[in-house]
Ligand binder design. Structure first.
Ligand code: GRF
Length: 345
């Protein structure tokens, strides 16, 4: 089990989503929520979910970061997720968790990032600029605002009738997908070796990076010194499609992959073909259709478990069984029709 902490200053819908995604599984656990806002709505939400939540005034964050670091160590925190965290994060904290602090930003970074670009400001600027697309980005925290290595990024379409509020709702939906994915990748890259080397190759392939990169020594990794978390205070619904326990079977990975490898990808989920599977089950041949549905359902669960190769395999199998169902359906109907017409006479 890997403990992570969430830092949040506002509504906390991303924090809630991380808890709901991970805390019913046995791989990653949101063990702690820290906030710099005494009355932040996230506090009550975390308490309802049974997550220990502590408030530290800004003076502590600024002048006594060691108190924060000690608290994190006392809870055995390995990775930190900034989910709408508005407070300045001291270099001491960033150094203590170098490469292991993720921030979520509501745009396609590097676009619409940096000073002043947070919450509604971002969505307003995107719409005013007439952009056709926006999105969300999870990146590693660095000394430059919103400029660290991108871990996962996903687009949403901006439609002509979108308002900053409707765009924000759409961006929140993709945030609920990509933040857990980014945490899984970061935790997977920290996990000690427990598998044969060939799994490294599989992960390298899944992550879309060459597997001949030597391990990055701790002291040589990117020199992360500072960050600013971005937040907005607008309530957003929790994604009802959110898997509650996607991480139980997460693959371990050698540290030779290193955090930098995990950051170097934006693995898209392969198609599930679920609609086609259901259509084929109803209209064509039932049994292969059901097999296709089973494979379709495996695509997203494997993907969220970090088993990218398994997700691609399930997607291909679903496609094959859809074709089988279609072909058998055509053959059966072709035979059945003349026979039933003949039976009428
Ligand atoms: C999110 O849009 C995130 O991108 C930004 O702050 C917002 C937090 O929203 N950093 P919530 O509090 O998680 O609902």
């Amino acid at each position: 089990m890997t403990n992570i902490a969430v830092f949040a200053s506002g509504t906390g819908s991303n924090a809630v989503n991380l808890v709901r995604t991970f805390n019913s599984g046995n791989r990653i656990h949101v063990a702690l929520c820290l906030t710099d806002k005494e009355n932040a709505p996230v506090i009550e939400k975390m308490r309802e979910l049974g997550v220990e939540t502590l408030y530290f005034p800004r003076s502590v964050w600024k002048e006594n970061p060691q108190e924060i670091i000690d608290t994190l160590h006392a809870h055995d925190i390995k990775v930190i997720a900034l989910a709408g965290f508005l407070c300045f994060l001291s270099a001491d904290i960033v150094n203590a968790y170098e490469g292991k602090i993720l921030n979520i930003h509501p745009s396609l970074l590097p676009a619409y990032g940096g000073k002043g670009m947070h919450g509604a400001n971002v969505h307003k600027a995107v719409i005013e600029a007439g952009e056709a697309k926006s999105g969300a980005t999870v990146h590693v925290v660095t000394n430059e605002i919103d400029a660290g290595p991108i871990v996962v990024q996903r687009e949403v379409a901006v439609l002509p009738d979108d308002t900053p509020e409707s765009l924000e709702a759409k961006v929140h939906e993709v945030e609920y997908q990509i933040f857990p994915e980014a945490v899984i990748k970061t935790v997977a890259a920290l996990t000690p070796p427990a598998v044969p080397k060939s799994v490294d190759d599989a992960w390298a392939e899944a992550l879309g990076v060459p597997n001949n990169v030597p391990p990055v020594p701790e002291h040589n990794q990117a020199n992360f010194t500072n960050t600013t978390g971005q937040a907005n205070q607008t309530a957003a619904p929790i994604n009802p499609m959110n898997p509650t326990n996607p991480i139980n079977a997460m693959n371990p990975v050698s540290p030779a992959m290193g955090p930098l490898k995990a950051q170097a990808t934006q693995e898209p989920m392969p198609p599930t073909y679920l609609v086609w599977s259901v259509v084929m089950t109803i209209l064509c041949c039932t049994i292969p259709g059901i097999v296709a549905i089973i494979y379709s359902a495996q695509v997203s669960s494997k993907f969220y478990q970090g088993d990218f190769e398994g997700a691609h395999r399930a997607s291909r199998n679903a496609e094959i069984w859809i074709i089988v169902s279609f072909v058998l359906g055509v053959i059966t109907n072709t035979l059945w029709l003349p026979l039933s017409i003949a039976g009428m006479f």
